[in-house]
Ligand binder design. Structure first.
Ligand SMILES: [Zn+2]
Length: 431
């Protein structure tokens, strides 16, 4: 299957905008790379800002002939907005919380949606589930060579499986399985999580608390958490980040879509990773024999754990995102309305139980670090919302249609709103 949706003649106009955009992004990168406290290229920033506005105005006035070209222009325009907002933030110190959210493409409607989701989550029963599962939620670390070897085998097997189910568009990139396996490296590392690198390589950590669950019986037994391993392979590997990167790199799509621009494309990349995770977990559930060393009771326990972990992670992200938003936009005092927020937050999702302190700490010396981190909470919360919507929409299609849409969903780096529109377009064209 070729990427036929992209095999179109683009208008001269689009090609021109695309080139101008690429030049602007280069200038933006250069400015960011030389800037520190002493070097502050005020004039360069002013010129760049003006040129960004100029291009964005041209794009907004353009009348694209096709719907697809309209999507591409939308992507360009949103990226330009994000770039411009970040410049203002750094150089003109012009910011507030919603301003930051805008660099991610998050708008009022998204914020309302998160609040709406929160309203429908039964926090009390979520908390009880989490507490009730106490004996199965401990994280451990691998304790023997044999255990690490087993974990390696699981990684290997799940990597193979993810390759097997990836779209043909992707698998043609790796001539055969060893080709794909070569893009994955196992590591034994106490400090780093598994990750994906922009060289196209995935690093899977065999020595990490993420891959071991401890069962509290007489001896506190370690169980290899196969669902966690599936999660990691799905998120980082060919069905997630790696797949998006490699598919995008190797495809014949407009050059600017290959530019990974953060924060403009963060939500898009994370929504894809969430999808990858879910595909892998579903596979494991349907191929129970993949985890043949794990007895049925432990398998059920792990599966149960997974459900709790997923819903508590999601709830935690929504709660944190909302609390941050509330704090930064409405009430910077720990005041009456925030009592309501804290009632929620004091629930067990917040392992530390010191959220109040954390919020107070926003205004101490670490203010900026915390501020930035809270932005990423929003990126993940919105990626969750997006992935939920996509999954709901795709659920009704047969396997083939679904795979085809999924393959296209990995093509290109999109800004948040253009990605939602692109998804609608794919469903319309391919389903
Ligand atoms: Zn990720």
């Amino acid at each position: 299957m070729a990427d036929e949706l992209f095999q179109k003649k683009y208008s001269a106009e689009l090609q021109d905008y695309s080139l101008r955009f690429l030049k602007l992004i280069d200038r933006n990168d250069k400015i960011n790379s030389v800037t520190d406290v002493l070097v502050f290229p005020v004039e360069g920033v002013k010129r760049l800002s003006a040129d960004i506005d100029g291009l964005n105005n041209d794009i907004l006035a353009a009348k694209p002939e096709t719907e697809f070209e309209h999507l591409l222009l939308m992507n360009l325009s949103e990226r330009l907005n994000s770039m411009r907002l970040s410049l203002n933030e750094y150089y003109e110190r012009e910011f507030d919380y919603t301003y930051y959210l805008k660099t991610l493409g998050i708008n009022e409607k998204d914020i309302r949606e998160v609040i709406e989701h929160l309203k429908h989550i039964d926090l009390q029963s979520e908390a009880e589930k989490l507490l009730g599962s106490g004996e199965s939620l401990y994280r451990g670390i691998p304790e023997s060579k044999e255990e690490i070897k087993k974990i390696e085998e699981y990684y290997d097997e799940f990597v193979r499986l993810s390759y097997e189910v990836a779209s043909p568009m992707l698998t043609k990139l790796f001539k055969d399985y060893p080709g794909y396996r070569g893009s994955v490296e196992l590591m034994e590392n106490r400090n780093n999580r598994s990750s994906y690198s922009r060289t196209g390589k995935v690093y899977l950590n065999t020595f990490s608390p993420d891959v071991i669950t401890v069962k509290r019986d007489l001896r506190w037994t370690n169980i290899i958490d196969v669902f966690s391993i599936a999660d990691i392979v799905g998120e980082e590997g060919i069905l997630g980040h790696q797949g998006q990167f490699l598919a995008t790199e190797s495809s014949d799509i407009p050059q600017f879509l290959k530019k990974v621009q953060m924060p403009a494309c963060t939500v898009n990349a994370e929504a894809i990773a969430i999808f990858g995770k879910h595909v892998m977990v579903d596979l494991l559930k349907n191929k129970r024999d993949m985890a043949k060393d794990i007895n049925d009771k432990d398998f059920d326990l792990l599966s149960y754990n997974l459900g709790i972990r997923e819903s508590s992670d999601k709830t935690n992200r929504f709660v944190n995102a909302y609390a941050d938003y509330f704090y930064f936009t409405k009430n910077r005092e720990i005041g009456p309305m925030s009592d309501e927020v804290f009632k929620i937050i004091r629930s067990p999702w917040n392992v530390s139980g010191v959220y109040k302190e954390r919020i107070k700490a926003y205004f101490n010396t670490k203010f900026w670090e915390n501020y930035k981190r809270s932005i990423s909470v929003w990126a993940y919360a919105i990626a969750d919302v997006m992935a939920m919507k996509f999954e709901k929409r795709l659920a009704g299609f047969d396997f083939e249609t679904r795979s085809k849409i999924l393959a296209y969903m990995q093509l290109g780096f999109w800004s948040k709103n253009s990605y939602e529109a692109y998804f609608d377009y794919l469903v319309k064209e391919l389903a």
